[in-house]
Design a protein around this ligand. Structure first.
Ligand SMILES: Cc1ncc(COP(=O)(O)O)c(C=O)c1O
Length: 355
């Protein structure tokens, strides 16, 4: 056994994927892209997405798509490509999301001999990627249509990632207007109208996603939650992941540092302390290098996360439901940000199991 460890029940991931795919097609949409970035393109978990019916595997990092090269489902690059990676983009991604004509030209050069598909992103107010001005969008459409090695595949939007804009029917309707605009101006049918991420999920079943035929889902599939209101999505598992870390020290100590003068902690912050008197404190072998300790929640509600440094996390286990000892393993629930950093840490073992 090796710790710290992040465990995921692949059957729950498959169930969530299949349920969302059914719900998406049940809402008259055609395809679902399953986003692999939170688990850094882990092949076993990606296989769960494919088994659950994902139409595309999508990731923001080309290195993760490279790991998934053997999968036959089409791969989508979510982050606008860097000019320095266009050769890899056309090699490992079938589709990329784009918003810069210069980059599209470079992709066209790199894609000689094949057809690389592009989705043009529009910014509908969230102020991350995408064409903000309509004329710039149509200029890009015209440019791509003249490029021999690119296929203009669709239009897309991303919301609720930077600007926290909640998707609404009137916002997403503009995406369909862009599709119609391309049809009217260029007599060209866009195949994909990609209406966002897990923040659009709350609108499913309400007839509020006009013209949208694709969603790109990450959080919803791995955690069973939507990201507009942070609600659990009915019928999905929200507990597929467990993080485990081992106790390396267990001692009774005061709950406030014992000195007259306090400076800053290892991260330059001025810490604050709640005086609970002398408490039983456990140190577990995981630190901020692996995960922000505010993003993990002990499954035993008697345990409190007090804080930590790069390699140590300190818990108050006085009220734990069992008598903790050195070597015991503490289980935690995780949120999306915690999964992202735990998967990125090479010091954390990953275990995929069938529950
Ligand atoms: C462009 C794009 N689409 C979709 C997603 C998936 O987002 P979510 O995890 O909220 O479903 C992301 C983020 O991972 C993204 O950057």
């Amino acid at each position: 056994m090796s710790y710290p460890k992040l465990r995921v029940d692949i059957n729950k991931i498959k169930h969530n994927t299949k349920t969302m795919k059914d719900r998406i097609t049940g809402n008259g949409m055609e395809t679902m892209a399953a986003v692999t970035k939170v688990f850094c393109g882990n092949k076993e978990i990606a296989q769960g997405f494919v088994d659950g019916g994902a139409d595309f595997l999508a990731d923001s990092r080309i290195q993760n798509l490279e790991k998934l090269a053997d999968f036959s489902v089409p791969k989508m690059l979510l982050r606008i490509p860097m000019l320095s990676e266009v050769d890899d983009v056309v090699k490992y991604a079938d589709i990329s999301l784009n918003s810069e004509i210069e980059t599209l030209k470079a992709l066209n050069e790199a894609a000689k001999g094949k057809k690389h598909k592009v989705i043009l992103m529009v910014d509908l107010g969230d102020l991350r990627e995408g064409f903000f001005q309509e004329e710039d969008f149509y200029e890009a459409v015209e440019a791509v249509l003249s490029m021999e090695n690119l296929e203009l595949h669709g239009v897309g939007v991303n919301l609720t990632c930077y600007g926290a804009v909640i998707p609404k029917p009137e916002i997403l309707k503009r995406l369909d207007d862009y599709r119609q605009g391309v049809k009217d101006k260029f007599d060209y049918d866009l195949k994909i109208v990609s209406g966002g991420n897990s923040s659009s999920v709350y609108m499913l079943g309400k007839d509020e996603l006009p013209g949208i035929n694709n969603l790109r889902l990450g959080e919803c599939l791995v955690l069973g939650t939507e990201s507009s209101y942070g609600e659990d999505v009915e019928g999905l598992y929200t507990d597929a992941w467990t993080f485990q870390a081992q106790i390396i020290e267990l001692k009774e100590k005061p709950s406030v540092p014992t000195a007259d003068e306090l400076g800053v902690d290892a991260f330059g912050n001025k810490p604050t302390f709640v005086d609970r008197g002398v408490r039983k404190r456990a140190i577990i072998a995981v630190g901020k290098q692996d995960v922000d300790n505010e993003k993990i929640v002990p499954k035993d509600s008697g345990i409190i996360v007090l804080g930590g440094s790069s390699d140590h996390t300190i818990l108050d286990v006085t009220d734990a439901s069992w008598e903790c000892k050195v070597g015991d393993v503490i289980d935690f629930g995780v949120n999306y940000a915690a999964i992202l950093s735990l998967c990125t840490s090479e010091y954390v073992e990953k275990e995929v199991y069938e529950g």
